[in-house]
Design a protein around this ligand. Structure first.
Ligand code: ATP
Ligand code: MG
Ligand code: MG
Length: 573
């Protein structure tokens, strides 16, 4: 699959430029500020910014805030941060609500042209008259109001004379259209609600399906890239731009949503996880949000590379989440220092090592990348090893430590297990070993070989640390199917209701599939140098995988590490 083939939008743009249908490419990323961005949004971001960058065009960040939603401001800031972090700079920063006046004027124009009318029907009546895929719709009794009456009523809607739901403004198109979206969609509704940007200025709000094409046209967007569930709304999109006589004509193109296995992605469901305290906020490392991936330790490059590799198509099957792991391993393989961490410590006393003596051993920071140099780590009579690196009665082929066996301590000496110390309950609490000074790493010792190498940290200087190990939050091999695949028709009050509903409207059944082991915490030790590691520093811990210093909970002298990924996976790209 070539790059070109994997992004059919690019092919369209190349042709539009060649044919002179577009001179400069203008795209937009239009999030609704009703939640944090997730990895699905990254596809839209990479696509919109990517194609504009490639063809010397512009991309706007536009907040689609035509709904008076409460928590907007927090989300606006979080979205800006995430887009920047992913590595993109917007040209214009806009709020759809800044265009309310123009949208209103264009609606008045539609009324004057006999293409919009005020309807007193209830939401239920409107739905009932809309018909179905197999049955044509019926015309509302209010459909033939005069232009004068409509102008008067619409002005009074704006002036606040009516209650929520008492009246709507509808486009007058065709109740018999085979496309339900064209059966006189609602374009304005009454909502006496405070808006984060416009305050109490408005009590009527444009419907998304009417607002979006106007926003695009006002900004001179050439290619309005949206997800597949909007395909059936394209005729109405074109109708709005044409009939509202917008000087600029934007065109809509649809691509498939990105879904991941073992993840829910719609903001409503993610908000539910936050509100029900299943996770510790939108940036919990188990969340498929951009901020969650950042906190877990993913890099912007790994996410961009992953998105590019998944391609842009019109399909929307779920992508294996482990594919993402591949790209972060690739990004960190040479960049992250490789150090030793013991997650489940077992004390080892080296009985023939002089008491009180500490020696410094030289160890390379990344065996595959000499540019990272080396560091010194202390070695002494007492060390910690991983509890699973010792077995009292080993199974066949176990080459790590057991009574009488000798192993190599990574970058140090061979040690041999001489004695096992247990507590009253019979638990192993300490090992007594001897070391052989001749076997020091780097001296070229060839006298004998051992089969196992284990990692360790010197006990008296080791830094206590917490390690957080993650598994998928939700088990669902298929991932989420299109949350909006069966979206209510454009301009239907149900569609707007769903947009307004927030978490309250989400299907909660996925909460039954929460993995109780999605977070396992371990307390162990890291090397002395790592006492005050900076937030977001990334390491490869021998055998355990890649880790990120948690920016929220790490404290000086007591770092907390989030595991980004283990070292290997069964998944190959
Ligand atoms: P959700 O249903 O998850 O809340 P949304 O589509 O309502 O997502 P918006 O904030 O409206 O979210 O989306 C901003 C842009 O990102 C839109 O153009 C939308 O089509 C796109 N987008 C959202 N989710 C995905 C996804 N999973 N894959 C690709 N693009 C997406
Ligand atoms: Mg939305
Ligand atoms: Mg949605």
């Amino acid at each position: 699959r070539t790059e070109e083939n994997s992004n059919f939008i690019k092919t369209i743009i190349v042709e539009d430029l060649k044919a002179g249908r577009a001179k400069e490419i203008v795209t937009r990323f239009p999030p609704e500020p009703n939640g944090y961005l997730h990895i699905g949004h990254a596809r839209s971001i990479v696509l919109n910014f990517g194609v504009a960058d490639e063809f010397g065009g512009r991309t706007n960040l536009r907040f689609d805030d035509t709904n008076p939603v409460k928590e907007d401001v927090e989300y606006v800031e979080a979205i800006k941060e995430d887009v920047k972090w992913l590595g993109y700079e917007w040209d214009g920063l806009f709020f759809a609500s800044d265009y309310f006046e123009e949208m209103y004027d264009r609606a008045v124009l539609l009324i004057k042209k006999g293409l919009a009318y005020v309807d007193d029907s209830t939401a239920d009546q409107i739905r009932e008259m809309r018909g179905t895929l197999t049955e044509p719709g019926r015309e509302s009794p209010y459909r033939n109001r005069s232009v004068e009456e409509n102008l008067d009523l619409f002005a009074r809607m704006r002036a606040g004379e009516f209650q929520n739901g008492q009246k709507v403004l509808r486009a007058k198109i065709d109740m018999k259209s085979p496309n339900i979206n064209m059966r006189d969609p609602v374009i304005y509704r009454i909502s006496h609600a405070h808006h984060h940007n416009t305050g109490d200025k408005w009590c009527i709000y444009p419907m998304y399906a009417y607002a979006h094409p106007l926003e695009d046209a006002i900004e001179g967007v050439t290619h309005s890239l949206c997800t597949l569930e909007f395909e059936d709304q394209r005729p109405f999109y074109d109708w709005v731009i044409r009939e509202c006589e917008m000087p600029h004509v934007s065109r809509q193109y649809e691509f498939g949503r990105l879904n991941l296995t073992n993840a829910v992605m719609s903001k409503r469901k993610l908000k539910l996880l936050v509100d029900e305290k299943v996770v510790d906020g939108w940036d919990d490392p188990r969340m498929p949000t951009i901020s969650g991936f950042r906190r877990k330790g993913f890099t912007p490059k790994s996410i961009r590379d992953f998105i590019t590799a998944t391609g842009i198509s019109r399909g929307s099957g779920a992508v294996d989440a482990r594919m993402l792991d591949h790209y972060i391993r690739e990004d960190l393989k040479l960049a992250a220092p490789r150090t030793m961490a013991v997650l489940d410590p077992l004390k080892v006393v080296i009985t023939n090592y002089p008491e009180g003596q500490v020696e410094m051993l030289e160890i390379e920071n990344n065996s595959e990348n000499p540019e990272l140099g080396s560091r010194s780590i202390p070695f002494s009579r007492e060390i910690y090893i991983e509890r699973e690196d010792f077995m009292e009665t080993p199974p066949p082929k176990y080459h790590r430590l057991y009574p009488g066996n000798e192993v190599r301590l990574k970058s140090a000496y061979f040690i041999k297990c001489e004695e096992v110390v247990k507590d009253e309950a019979g638990n192993v609490v300490e090992l007594r070993c001897t070391y052989d000074p001749e076997t020091k790493s780097g001296t070229g010792f060839t006298g004998r070989k051992v089969k196992g190498t284990i990692h360790w940290v010197e006990a008296t200087r080791a830094v206590p640390a917490e390690f957080r190990l993650y598994e998928p939050l939700i088990y669902d091999e298929d991932g989420e199917t299109d949350p909006d695949a069966e979206a209510a028709p454009a301009g239907s009050l149900e569609a707007e209701g769903e947009r307004l509903a927030g978490a309250a409207g989400a299907d909660k059944s996925f909460l039954n599939r929460i993995n109780p082991n999605s977070l396992v915490t371990a307390n162990g030790f890291v090397e002395p140098d790592m006492k005050d590691v900076a937030a977001h520093s990334k390491f490869q811990f021998f055998r355990h995988g890649y880790f990120n210093v948690d920016p929220k909970t790490s404290a000086p002298g007591r770092p907390v590490f989030n595991r980004i990924v283990s070292l290997k996976s069964s998944f190959e790209v």
